[in-house]
Design a protein around this ligand. Structure first.
Ligand SMILES: Nc1ncnc2c1ncn2[C@@H]1O[C@H](COP(=O)(O)OP(=O)(O)O)[C@@H](O)[C@H]1O
Ligand SMILES: [Mg+2]
Length: 371
């Protein structure tokens, strides 16, 4: 019903604009022709009267001939102008008609073909913006589809396992012991963590699409030291030593986002640690941004797998990561948050020493975060 109304409204709008343009142009041209004609006529009569160059009868003849020609020329001019205007205005308004058809298609839930922006005027601009809107909507739908597919894939196996065990226990086919209950509980905790992380990821995705302002000016040195302190107990219990070497600077960030980034990277450095080397956290200014690196010896990461680490649900060794409660979402959240800070993320390895790094803007740098 609403769609039908929109359709008729668009059609009405199109024909109204078209005829309005024609009428305005014809009125302007008609009045110019009329004014010119009257002026030429008056001027010619004035000359003839003033200089009395011809007799009375010839003067009459001159006046009527003049009037006849003026009227005839004016009528021809108006007809030619009307035809010309009809075609030219149609040409101007044609892209509008295409836009109207495309919006109709879009509002019916289909994606129309991208339109060609033939001119550089407002209509061309409107067409370009409309194309961008289609591309953006398509991307969003694609992202949504992929997200749902990935989620279904990741949740299916553990939930099937849980169901299987619970069914066996409830039917008395399986005898439960403490270790089975413990592992079932851990799996359910992991699933809950996954859902919470998905929530975070969507939240940052949402921020990505809307206006979002980096509002917190943060002294990076005490901030990172504070983040590390949260892991102090865990580090001590595992006998892991660490070095924090942060140059002082003020950065412009979202405080909670940055905390999340640091937590995820430190968590990984601890979780995947091998050997007895230190975990090192560095921070310094580099090329107008502030760069933080979390470095430590960790599980081997084959070179061909490195480019996938920041992808959603990606794990180098899914079985091992699952056993340690991993979800494969930590680094993708890091990436999303840092992208929102107009920074970059990356990693490099020397042997099994992996360095995960990211950049964030310095407080002195003015950023346009509107896109
Ligand atoms: N510091 C690290 N050392 C070795 N491997 C790592 C490290 N950080 C991340 N990884 C690898 O990258 C994968 C993705 O990490 P992440 O997105 O945090 O997911 P999760 O830790 O939940 O599995 C991990 O499964 C692990 O294989
Ligand atoms: Mg992780």
């Amino acid at each position: 019903m609403l769609r039908l109304k929109l359709k008729t409204l668009q059609e009405k709008l199109y024909s109204r604009i078209f005829w309005k343009l024609i009428t305005i142009n014809l009125l302007v041209i008609g009045s110019v022709i009329w004014l010119t004609g009257v002026s030429v006529n008056d001027f010619a009569c004035l000359l003839v009267n003033q200089f009395n160059m011809v007799g009375e009868a010839r003067k009459e003849f001159f006046n009527s001939t003049m009037e006849y020609y003026l009227i005839r020329t004016s009528i021809i001019a108006v007809i030619v102008a009307a035809v010309l205007h009809y075609y030219l205005t149609r040409k101007v308004v044609a892209p509008l008609q295409k836009l109207v058809q495309s919006t109709k298609k879009l509002s019916s839930g289909q994606y129309p073909q991208l339109l060609e922006a033939a001119s550089k005027d407002e209509i061309g601009e409107l067409t370009k913006n409309f194309n961008q809107l289609i591309i953006r909507l398509k991307k969003m739908e694609e992202a949504k589809k992929n997200m749902i597919n990935d989620m279904a894939h990741e949740l299916r196996t553990p939930l099937t396992n849980l169901n299987g065990y619970l069914e066996g226990l409830s039917q008395g086919v399986l005898k439960g012991d403490e270790s089975l209950f413990q592992s079932l509980y851990e799996e359910s905790v992991r699933l809950t963590r996954m859902v919470n992380q998905l929530d975070q990821l969507t939240e940052w995705e949402y921020k990505h699409l809307h206006h979002f302002e980096l509002k917190d000016k943060v002294d990076i040195k005490p901030f990172i030291e504070e983040c590390v302190k949260l892991f102090q107990l865990d580090l001590e219990q595992r006998g892991i030593s660490y070095i924090v070497c942060i140059e002082e600077a003020q950065v412009l960030v979202d405080r909670d986002g940055l905390k999340q980034v640091m937590n995820n990277l430190i968590q990984n450095a601890i979780q995947y640690k091998i050997g007895d080397g230190d975990i090192c956290i560095y921070g310094r200014e580099e090329e107008g941004m502030y760069k933080v690196t979390v470095q430590g010896e960790g599980e081997p990461i084959p070179e061909e797998k490195r480019e996938w680490l920041f992808e959603r649900f990606y794990r180098v060794d899914s079985a091992r990561s699952r056993n340690t409660g991993g979800t494969g979402l930590g680094l993708s959240i890091v990436k999303k948050i840092i992208e929102r800070h107009m920074g970059e993320v990356g990693m490099y390895s020397e042997g099994n020493t992996h360095s995960f790094w990211f950049t964030i803007p310095l407080a002195s740098r003015k950023l346009d975060s509107s896109n």
